[in-house]
Design a protein around this ligand. Structure first.
Ligand SMILES: [Zn+2]
Ligand SMILES: [Zn+2]
Length: 396
């Protein structure tokens, strides 16, 4: 066999290997697309919408000046939702474009995640996460040492001691359930729950104080989503919005419900969680859950996290409103985050989800209705994804 033939054989073998790899890639891509197609047939508010800019050249920097963003609010009421727009199915290629846009322009940088109070791992200590105080909670004592009995009630601000089961005997918690708001008629701050002025005694009396402080040992309970198993995994291009509901236990605030909604607004996961501690208050007004709901829940926070890890990996994009609280509740550290409270922030303080839903999407959420009380994590998660879609439509 001469030298030429040896080279030719090598070339043929190389080409065959290359072709096999290419075919395999195409096959996985095809599989991923098929999988994607299975769950795209869920309409958004009864219809599909074209949620991506048509002209690529017109893209602007995602970081808009506050003035530019402020302009969005009055426009929004007339512009969204467009009910008569023709139905458009979103295909895989288009979805990938959206995913690329979000990854490039809207994710919070790692440095900012740390600054904003998201849980993160430092290279020198991979056993426990670090959570920096933010300007919103700096004044509060958020963490207590192990064995520490002193707590501050997050409703009436009373200092108290927890006994062996985390409860506090012989003391009533008199408080206002709703935070003060500025009353334009009298130019004074008022509690909207009872219309009383600031400083007046609370309008609700509970038997127990509740607290939102957590023991520092909790920082060791955190984890990260599974690593990317293969580059064609559909999870890697997932955009999920999620929201958690919390209840008060003797160990502090605890996860009681997790709702995950995909880009199309489809509910992907809705898990009720039974907290490991003793339930002190189901926080029905805000969680929408009753004590019975919590006690009858089938999942623990561990099984809830396992269910979440079946649908996300470290590359998945998570969307939410003040997501640092939800991640803290889930004991999860994640780097690819879009936060609607920052996306639409114009002033010093973060806008509430309820305000954004009303002013931008023209829908009212978190209202007490017949047979429904308090927040609904499914509705909140869906609102986040709708806000993100609105943002992409108007800012890209
Ligand atoms: Zn209290
Ligand atoms: Zn009140």
């Amino acid at each position: 066999m001469d030298e030429f033939q040896v080279w030719l054989n090598c070339l043929v073998i190389f080409c065959v290997i290359w072709a096999c790899l290419w075919l395999q890639q195409q096959y996985v891509k095809y599989q991923r697309e098929q999988e994607f197609k299975k769950y795209t047939y869920y309409p958004i508010n009864g219809q599909y919408r074209h949620y991506f800019p048509k002209k690529k050249g017109q893209r602007k920097n995602a970081k808009q000046s506050p003035q530019k963003q402020q302009k969005c609010y009055p426009q929004s009421k007339t512009e969204s939702p467009k009910k008569n727009e023709p139905e458009l199915k979103l295909d895989f290629q288009e979805y990938i474009k959206i995913h690329e846009y979000v990854s490039k322009n809207l994710l919070i940088s790692k440095k900012n995640l740390q600054k904003l109070g998201f849980p993160y791992y430092e290279r020198k200590n991979l056993k426990s996460v670090k959570i920096n105080p933010t300007k919103y909670n700096r004044a509060k004592k958020m963490w207590v040492a192990e064995g520490e009995k002193k707590r501050i009630c997050c409703r009436c601000q009373m200092k108290f001691r927890v006994d062996w089961n985390g409860k506090n005997a012989n003391e009533k918690c008199v408080h206002h359930p709703l935070r003060k708001v500025f009353d334009e008629a009298t130019f004074q701050d008022k509690h909207p729950c009872c219309n009383r002025n600031i400083g007046k005694p609370g309008c609700i009396t509970n038997n127990l104080h509740v607290f939102d402080q957590l023991c520092v040992s909790v920082l060791k309970d955190f984890t990260v989503a599974p690593e990317v198993a293969d580059i064609f995994e559909l999870k890697s291009v997932a955009i999920f919005a999620f929201d958690c509901e919390m209840v008060y236990t003797d160990q502090g605030p605890a996860l009681a419900r997790l709702s995950v909604v995909d880009w199309f607004g489809k509910l992907f996961l809705d898990v009720r969680v039974r907290p490991s501690g003793i339930l002190l208050d189901p926080n029905t007004r805000f969680s929408g859950l009753t004590a019975r709901d919590v006690e009858n829940a089938q999942d623990t926070s561990e099984t809830c996290r396992e269910k979440l890890f079946e649908i996300i990996n470290q590359d998945s994009i998570l969307v939410g409103h003040s997501l640092e609280c939800d991640l803290k509740a889930l004991r999860l550290s994640h780097n690819r985050i879009v936060d609607t409270s920052l996306l639409f922030q114009t002033g010093r303080n973060k806008p509430s989800l309820r305000y954004l839903a009303q002013s931008i999407l023209g829908k009212s959420i978190q209202e007490d209705r017949k047979n429904k009380f308090g927040h609904d994590s499914e509705e909140d998660a869906r609102t986040c994804i709708e806000l993100l879609r609105y943002y992409i439509e108007n800012n890209s």
